[in-house]
Structures are given as structure tokens and as C-alpha cells.
Design a protein around this ligand. Structure first.
Ligand code: AMP
Ligand code: MG
Length: 328
């Protein structure tokens, strides 16, 4: 199949979706691979295109005017305030589900994750199709998430008919996934909407901690993810990284924050930036660049830990297999 890249083919995209196809589309976080959430076959097609494990649930995407009431069974008092504060935007809210969408979307969980992206391209597409669109990131399972249409092409060329190109994704990491089924909202996956931002609006917010023996609330978080297709190493300090770099054959690259990059003149460096937001925006783009240029990609632990860094560090560590004991 020919894969077309287009900035404007929204009606064609909607036609493909109604015919059961999957279409990739720009969002403000990463590119999504969307299909009709009401259709078992269309949703199963997404899992097969990506090689995604069948117990890793999908997020449903809707346009800003879409009525989600038929999809959700109930909502806690803080949910409305969170929607008003952060949507459209990079926050996915998990509600008790009415089970109206395909059972394959939530992989047997009794909850449904819903997101309203702010990207103009995503909104135009979702409005045109006017259906809930189940959409994981538009990459092969385990690989680095795509932040340009070209990255989508690299993984899915010939497998999908259309990519709706909205340029580079300036959010850069996936949405915050927030469990909204309990008294206090719990972060299942850190992202651009931070714990601090949510806590201010919802009068509290915690990071979800799986209890011993409990089934994971968000199965996707226990899988290997975001892996560049080159050898990698992870170092706590620049000194340690330089030793590995100097002992390496071929073309090693260092991946680090600007502060460290400034001390590494004369080395091949991929600079993540200074702030959490900059590092989020650049991380996947640099992992894509790194896997093409480097024989060995050596990441150095950033010093910043505040705000958006919870999400950046989660992705960086998983891309480099750090604290990976429980992942499959
Ligand atoms: P991806 O599609 O790769 O961005 O991953 C989607 C993330 O959302 C995974 O970490 C899933 O575990 C999580 N997710 C999707 N649906 C649900 C749900 N109903 N409950 C909890 N987490 C979910
Ligand atoms: Mg993904």
C-alpha cells in the first residue's frame, strides 16, 4: 500500500477511518496511529500493525466538542475542573467505562482512557470523523515514539494509507495519564501536565504506586519502550560517560543536558536543552537522530528533577533500560 503524507486531507482520513483503516495523525505530544474505537476489527488492526502486546490498553481521542458522557459511567467531583483547566491538551483522563467502545480498546480493564488533543491537525481530523479514535503512538512497539511524519514513515511506510502531517510535535513526550476513578487523582504516566499543576486544581494528586500482588492499573507502563536501534549506555556522571566514549570503537555520541554539553567541547554531543520542557521536546527527536548516527549512544543523567522532568526521566530511563527489573 502507498503511504501518503498530507497536511490537509481530513475528509480522506475520515473516509479511511470509516472503512476500518488506521491513519496516523499529528498531536501536540507525539504522532498517533488512530482507528475507530467502536470497531473491534479496526482496533485489533492497530495492535497488529504495531506488534503491540494485547494487554496494553489504548487511549481514545476525541474532538473538543465531543460528548463523552455515553462513554463514561461516572466521574469524581474534580474531573470537571481538570477538564476545564487542561483540555484540550496533553492530559489523558481515565474514567470508569460504560463499555460502549470496543472491548479491545481497554484490554479487559473496566476503565477508559480519554484524551482531547490541542493540536490543530488532530482537532480537524477528529472533528471531521466525529468518532472516538483509539490511538497509541504511531511507531512499532518498543521503538522510540515518532515526533515527525518522517519518523512515522520509517516504522509504518507501506502499512497505512495516510499520515496527517502537522509538523514536529512540540510537546515531545506522551500525555500525562491520570487515573480519575478514585477520591484523589493518581498519575499513571508522568507527562507535560505535572503533578503540581494537577494538585492545584484537584486539591491533591499522587503518583500511582503498584501494591505487592496488585494487577497493574496501567499495563503499558510495565513494557520495554522507547528503545533506540543502536547500542546504548547510561551513566550517572559525565566522567563515567567520557571513559566509555573514549574506549568505544566507531562513532559514539553523548546525550545530555546543556549544562553538561558545555563541558564536553570536542565530543560528539546531542544536547537535550536546559529546561524540562526543552528536554521533553527534544528527547525523542534526538533518540531518532542518535540511532542513525551513533554506534553507541551514551546518555548522562540530567541534574534537573522538577516538574516536567518526572516525565522526561521516566522516558529517558526506559529508553536506556535503567531500573528495568520489572519490564517485559
Ligand atoms: P501509548 O498508546 O503507547 O501512548 O500508551 C498508552 C498508555 O495509556 C499506556 O501506558 C496504557 O497503560 C495507558 N492506558 C490506556 N488505557 C488505560 C486505562 N483504561 N487505564 C489505565 N491506563 C491506560
Ligand atoms: Mg507508545
Amino acid at each position: 500500500m502507498e503511504t501518503k503524507i498530507s497536511k490537509t486531507d481530513f475528509a480522506l482520513a475520515a473516509e479511511y477511518i470509516r472503512a476500518g483503516e488506521a491513519v496516523a495523525f499529528h498531536t501536540e505530544t507525539v504522532y498517533g496511529l488512530g482507528a475507530n474505537a467502536f470497531s473491534d476489527e479496526a482496533v485489533k488492526h492497530i495492535f497488529s500493525l504495531k506488534g503491540r502486546p494485547s494487554d496494553n490498553p489504548l487511549i481514545v481521542h476525541v474532538h473538543r466538542g465531543y460528548d463523552i458522557k455515553p462513554l463514561i459511567d461516572s466521574e469524581p467531583p474534580y474531573a470537571k475542573a481538570l477538564r476545564e483547566a487542561f483540555l484540550p491538551g496533553p492530559l489523558t483522563m481515565v474514567y470508569p467505562s460504560t463499555g460502549k467502545v470496543s472491548e479491545y480498546v481497554s484490554c479487559g480493564l473496566n476503565t477508559l482512557a480519554i484524551r482531547v488533543p490541542s493540536s490543530v491537525t488532530a482537532q480537524k481530523f477528529l472533528k471531521e470523523v466525529d468518532l472516538p479514535i483509539a490511538a497509541p503512538s504511531a511507531n512499532l512497539s518498543k521503538h522510540v515514539s515518532p515526533v515527525t511524519a518522517q519518523h512515522v514513515m520509517e516504522d509504518l511506510c507501506g502499512k497505512i494509507p495516510l499520515i496527517l502531517d502537522g509538523g514536529a510535535c512540540n510537546g515531545g513526550i506522551e500525555s500525562t495519564v491520570l487515573d480519575c476513578t478514585g477520591e484523589v487523582p493518581k498519575i499513571l504516566r508522568a507527562g507535560l501536565v505535572t503533578r503540581e499543576m494537577i494538585a492545584k486544581v484537584a486539591h491533591g494528586c499522587e503518583f500511582y504506586q503498584k501494591k505487592e500482588g496488585e494487577k497493574p492499573k496501567s499495563p503499558g507502563m510495565s513494557y520495554k519502550h522507547y528503545l533506540p536501534r543502536c547500542k546504548t549506555a547510561f551513566c550517572e556522571s559525565a566522567e563515567e560517560a567520557v571513559k566509555i566514549y573514549q574506549a568505544a570503537e566507531g562513532t559514539p555520541y553523548l546525550l545530555c543536558e546543556s549544562k553538561t554539553a558545555k563541558e564536553l567541547e570536542g565530543f560528539r554531543v546531542l544536547d537535550l536543552g536546559e529546561t524540562g520542557e526543552e528536554m521533553a521536546e527534544r528527547l525523542y527527536a534526538l533518540l531518532h537522530e542518535g540511532e542513525k548516527k551513533a554506534t553507541l549512544l551514551i546518555a548522562i543523567q540530567p541534574t534537573r528533577k522538577d516538574g516536567v522532568m518526572a516525565g522526561v526521566l521516566n522516558r529517558l530511563h526506559r529508553a536506556f533500560g535503567v531500573n528495568d527489573g520489572e519490564t517485559k
